[in-house]
Structures are given as structure tokens and as C-alpha cells.
Write a protein that binds this ligand. Structure first.
Ligand code: NAD
Ligand code: GLY
Length: 358
């Protein structure tokens, strides 16, 4: 087992990474004195809920199994968690455990942030994306009809328990989407890791345990440093959004049905790399290395042909991170060196997208 710490003074917490972590030894130390509510969904609960409940031994607990899917990441589902806590008579010393992917993690974390103005919670992420990104760093929340993650809170967990065995049941497409976020860390701040990914892509695709454990650890270590330096995204935490402005526009333009988030981010990272070269901010082979690694990992790398450049650019303009008419983009100087840029406007993006053959 590997252990990392997110250093945030009194809110510091450990991330444990390894197989067979759903045990009393690894869970009990992070619980408060009060009752525990384990929140999961209809897909993950049949696989891992019994193991978590068994690990709680005689600690008083309850369980809530929610429907599966991003469409359920709503205020109404969040309220169900809060109602359940109230009906259990949960007091301020209770603990929530989020058992599932990023949807369950974000919603359970947000319930923990709000119940009695904040109670303890533990993340047991079961998708690769949640293990390397969503469970770490304390961003919690739900969607509104007007947009994703529009309501939420920063609320750090008491621990993140990454049981790598849970990846054995993850569908291939979800697994690959998680790898996109792994590549992101190499691109934004860890060139050595990017090279390691280029060399070890086949081992990752085979889900070789050692390679996966290394990639998860290195991703979390990178995220830990970024979050420790900028917990509330006043500055460089925004670098974690590399590929997301293009990616969100692609998800929105295709109605959130065609691409998984990580797939859209993979395309978005290719576009960010291509745009960086196009704008003279970076030199080749930044784009080809980015595209080749993502393609090698089975991810899409070109924007959908049926979405006009103007539509994508219009969705990008509506991104909540923008300042007036300037788009806020995360761009690259080279592999491992990302920066925040707000020099470009919608028409420049359209011109680039129209000329970008992929
Ligand atoms: P998800 O939670 O929807 O999980 C994907 C699918 O895999 C679901 O059907 C789920 O039931 C299933 N699943 C989960 N674990 C499984 C397992 N071990 N075996 C088999 N099936 C399993 O999606 P996700 O990609 O994990 O997370 C996406 C969410 O995370 C989005 O809502 C996004 O906004 C959020 N997110 C949050 C942050 C953050 O910093 N808080 C960062 C990135 C993403
Ligand atoms: N996923 C982006 C962040 O945690 O800031």
C-alpha cells in the first residue's frame, strides 16, 4: 500500500492506494464516533457495498443506494441523502462514506459539507477518474438544469481510500476515460510522467497492477501539490482544467450523450496542444506527442465533424471561467508546462478550429 498526504493544515488527510483496502484496518481509523452512512449506487453497491459494511464491524451504520447516472446528480438526490441522515438521527459526529465514481463522491461530499453545517466524510472512489481526480481536493457539488456543478462547496474528506482492486470491474470505456485525466497531469506539470506514460501505455491498457498503482499514485501526488498550493482555485488550480473548456463545449454541443467526460477532455487536450502551436506559444512535437499518446490509449482526439466550429466556440464563450469577451484557456508551452491564458476571443478560436484538421 502507498500513502500520500494532502497537506492542508488542520484539514490535511491521507490518500491510501493499493489492493484490498476495504477492510476494518483501513476504514475504522477515519470514522467519527457517531453513526456512518454509506452512500453508493445501484451499479457499485452489488459489487462492493457488503465489503464496506462488513469492514464497519459493529460501528452503527446505515446505507443508501441511489440510482446510477450523471442525470441523478441533482439537488433532489442530494436532499435524499440529507433526509436519510436526519431520519437516522445522525449527529454532528457522524461520517458519510462515498462508495462509487465521481457522481457519488461529489454528491455525498456536498451532503457532508451541508449536513449540520459540515460533517466528516470518507471517499472510496471506484472509477479511475474518481481515483485520480474527483475524490481528491475537496470539490463537491451537484448539477442544476442550467449547467454542471453549479452548486457546491469546498469540503475536504477525512481520507481517500483508493482500492485498486475495484478497477477490475470497471467497464473499458470508463477506464480509458480515466486515463485521459492521468495524461492531463503529465501535460500540465510532469514531463517525466508523460514520458513514462508513452513508454508504459500497453501495461496500463492491460491494467497491470504495478503500472496502474504507479500512475494513480503519481496523478494523486500531482493533484495533492496543486491543491495544497491553491485549495480554492484562486490561481493555478485552474491548470487542472486543461482540455476542459474545449471538452465542455464538445459535451454540451453533443448533448452529453456521445462522449464520456474523459473522452471529451482527451479531445480538448489535443485542441489545447494544437492551439498552443497554432498561436506560436509552443513548438512541435507538442501536439503530435499529445495526440499519439491519447490515441494509443484508445481515446478520441478529434472534435466531432458534425459540430460547426462556430457552435463549439459559442459554447466556449459561455464558460463560467471567462472574463468579458476573452476566453480563459489553459494552454501549453511544452509538455509539462501549462499556463492560464486570456488573450484570445471567440473569432480567433473559430478561425483555428476551421483550419484544424485533427
Ligand atoms: P460515474 O460516477 O458516473 O461512474 C461511471 C460509471 O461507472 C457509473 O455507471 C458507475 O456506476 C460505474 N462504476 C463506478 N465504479 C465502478 C466499478 N468499480 N465497477 C463497475 N462500474 C463502476 O462517473 P465518473 O467518471 O467516476 O465521475 C464523473 C463525475 O465526477 C462528474 O459528475 C464530474 O463532474 C465529477 N468530477 C468531479 C471532480 C472533482 O474535483 N470533484 C473532478 C472530476 C470529475
Ligand atoms: N478537477 C479539477 C479540480 O479538482 O480542481
Amino acid at each position: 500500500m502507498q500513502r500520500l498526504v494532502i497537506p492542508l493544515d488542520e484539514r490535511s488527510y491521507p490518500i491510501l492506494i493499493g489492493p484490498r483496502l476495504i477492510t476494518p484496518e483501513h476504514i475504522l481509523p477515519y470514522l467519527g464516533k457517531g453513526p456512518v452512512l454509506v452512500v453508493s449506487n445501484e451499479t457499485v453497491a452489488p459489487l462492493y457495498l457488503q465489503a464496506v459494511l462488513a469492514a464497519l464491524e459493529d460501528h452503527p451504520h446505515s446505507q443508501l443506494v441511489l440510482p446510477d447516472g450523471e442525470q441523478w446528480k441533482t439537488l433532489a438526490t442530494w436532499e435524499r441523502i440529507l433526509q436519510h441522515l436526519a431520519e437516522m438521527g445522525a449527529t454532528r459526529d457522524c461520517t458519510l462514506i462515498a462508495l462509487g465514481g465521481g457522481v457519488i463522491g461529489d454528491m455525498t461530499g456536498f451532503a457532508a459539507a451541508a449536513y449540520m453545517r459540515g460533517v466528516r466524510f470518507v471517499q472510496i472512489p471506484t472509477t479511475l477518474l474518481a481515483q485520480v481526480d474527483a475524490s481528491v481536493g475537496g470539490k463537491t457539488g451537484v448539477n442544476l438544469p442550467a449547467g454542471k456543478n453549479l452548486v457546491g462547496a469546498f469540503h475536504q474528506p477525512a481520507a481517500v481510500l483508493i482500492d485498486t482492486d475495484t478497477l477490475n470491474t470497471l467497464p473499458q470505456r470508463e477506464f480509458l476515460a480515466g486515463l485521459a485525466e492521468v495524461v492531463k497531469y503529465g501535460l500540465i506539470r510532469d514531463a517525466e510522467f508523460f514520458s513514462w506514460l508513452e513508454t508504459n501505455q500497453d501495461r496500463l491498457l492491460q491494467r497491470e497492477a504495478d503500472a496502474l498503482a504507479f500512475a494513480i499514485h503519481r496523478s494523486c501526488a500531482n493533484k495533492a501539490e496543486v491543491v495544497a498550493a491553491d485549495e480554492r482555485e484562486q490561481g493555478n488550480r485552474a491548470l487542472l482544467n486543461l482540455g476542459h473548456t474545449f471538452g465542455h463545449a464538445i459535451e454540451t454541443a453533443t448533448g452529453y450523450t456521445r462522449y464520456l467526460h474523459g473522452e471529451a477532455v482527451a479531445i480538448g487536450m489535443c485542441l489545447a496542444a494544437a492551439f498552443s502551436e497554432y498561436a506560436g506559444l509552443a513548438r512541435p512535437p507538442l501536439f503530435t506527442r499529445t495526440r499519439d499518446l491519447l490515441q494509443g490509449l484508445g481515446l478520441p482526439t478529434t472534435p466531432p465533424e458534425d459540430v460547426p466550429a462556430a457552435t463549439l466556440a459559442a459554447h466556449m464563450r459561455l464558460d463560467k471561467k471567462n472574463l468579458q469577451d476573452r476566453l480563459r484557456l489553459i494552454l501549453l508551452r511544452e509538455i509539462g508546462d501549462a499556463f492560464i491564458d486570456d488573450h484570445y476571443n471567440e473569432s480567433q478560436i473559430i478561425e483555428f478550429l476551421q483550419g484544424h484538421a485533427g
